[in-house]
Design a protein around this ligand. Structure first.
Ligand code: ZN
Length: 62
C-alpha cells in the first residue's frame, strides 16, 4: 500500500496547486504548488523507504 515511491503532496493534497476562495466564497485556483512543482506528487525519499529498499536488496543478493 505504501510501497509506491510517490505520495500525494500534503501541501496541495495532490492537486498541484493551491486553492483560494474569493470574497464571494467561490473556489479559485491559486498558485502552482512550489513544494511539488505543481505535479501534486512528492517522491518519498525518507529513511524508512531507504532502509526497506536496502534490506530487500541485501536479501536478494545475499
Ligand atoms: Zn503540492
Amino acid at each position: 500500500m505504501l510501497a509506491s515511491p510517490f505520495g500525494n503532496c500534503r501541501k496541495c493534497n495532490g492537486w498541484g496547486f493551491a486553492m483560494k476562495t474569493d470574497r464571494k466564497g467561490r473556489v479559485k485556483r491559486g498558485k502552482d504548488c512550489r513544494r511539488c512543482r505543481s505535479t501534486g506528487k512528492r517522491i518519498r525519499v525518507g529513511r524508512w523507504l531507504y532502509n526497506r529498499w536496502t534490506r530487500i536488496y541485501r536479501a536478494g543478493t545475499g
